[in-house]
Design a protein around this ligand. Structure first.
Ligand SMILES: NC(=O)c1ccc[n+]([C@@H]2O[C@H](COP(=O)([O-])OP(=O)(O)OC[C@H]3O[C@@H](n4cnc5c(N)ncnc54)[C@H](OP(=O)(O)O)[C@@H]3O)[C@@H](O)[C@H]2O)c1
Length: 253
């Protein structure tokens, strides 16, 4: 139950993370992190019981430093939301990202979350029930080719979530995966998607009730049955179909 807990939310300065803060802070102690200090500060002052730590999750030393700071400040966590993420269109022969920029994107969505989880497990207050809530994406069910780095890293994080659940079976740690459909935050706009999505506050409430009900997955978007069907029975046709539909929706040349 998410009540009376100390909860770390990555990417808590905006979007789904900020909506989680708003809904959880009245009854819990919240720690948020992200790169943009101004955004974090604003969320911390608009909600009670919130402290913030600027951290770039794509940089391993910054993650290590965060956990040193938390233990120095006697903050012992019960819950981790691996929520931070980045998305952009990526075509390997056309998009001019350097190797370092490719690493940065994948580290944010995948390696950063794994490193955060490793620290959390060793640092957490094990006298209570602990939750690790990983926000992946519906894209983990079936890849969108034009979002190549996002799709690859989210599918990887989804696999990590499943193996983590198995490795932590019979421990205090409960592992939950959230696969959001399109949510109304800045993220879809960043890739040119202006279609209407789910309200972030409503979705945060769904995440919280999923955790509180003991379920291990939230995948309730309208596209989920189709994505699962394509993945299982029509993977090649599905790739062509999803590529065509997403290029049209995101107005890719
Ligand atoms: N919105 C959707 O339609 C949708 C759909 C499926 C999945 N999701 C997933 O939901 C999660 C939250 O996304 P959102 O929609 O709330 O978008 P958002 O408002 O853009 O939030 C993303 C957050 O991640 C943080 N972040 C990005 N790079 C970071 C880095 N290197 N280090 C630390 N923090 C970093 C950002 O903060 P800074 O910029 O300050 O670092 C930001 O607060 C993401 O994992 C996303 O993939 C969203």
């Amino acid at each position: 139950m998410l009540k009376g807990k100390t909860i770390l939310i990555t990417g808590g300065g905006s979007g789904i993370g900020e909506a989680l803060v708003k809904n959880l802070s009245p009854e819990n102690q919240i720690v948020i992190c992200g790169r943009n200090q101004d955004k974090l500060k604003k969320v911390a002052s608009a909600n009670k019981n919130v402290s913030y730590y600027p951290v770039d999750l794509s940089v391993p030393e910054e993650i290590d430093h965060l956990f040193k700071q938390l233990s120095g400040n006697k903050i012992v966590l019960d819950v981790l939301f691996n929520n931070a993420g980045v998305v952009e269109q990526y075509n390997i022969s056309k998009t001019g990202l350097s190797s370092a920029e490719i690493f940065q994107r994948i580290n944010t969505n995948l390696s950063g979350g794994i490193a955060m989880t490793r620290h959390f497990i060793s640092q957490a207050n094990k006298s209570t029930e602990n939750y690790i809530v990983n926000i992946t994406s519906e894209i983990a069910l079936f890849p969108v080719p034009i979002l190549a780095l996002y799709a690859s890293s989210k599918a990887g994080f989804s696999v990590f979530t499943k193996v983590l659940r198995q490795q932590l079976r019979n421990t205090n740690f409960k592992v939950i995966e959230v696969l959001p459909p399109q949510i109304e935050t800045d993220m879809p706009k960043q890739i040119g998607n202006s279609a209407k999505g789910v309200n972030a506050d409503d979705f945060a409430k769904k995440i919280i009730s999923t955790v509180n009900s003991g379920k291990v997955e939230l995948a309730n978007g309208p596209n989920v049955p189709l994505l699962k069907l394509l993945s299982k029975f029509f993977p090649d046709l599905g790739l062509r179909l999803i590529d065509k539909m997403s290029r049209k929706q995101l107005q890719v040349q």
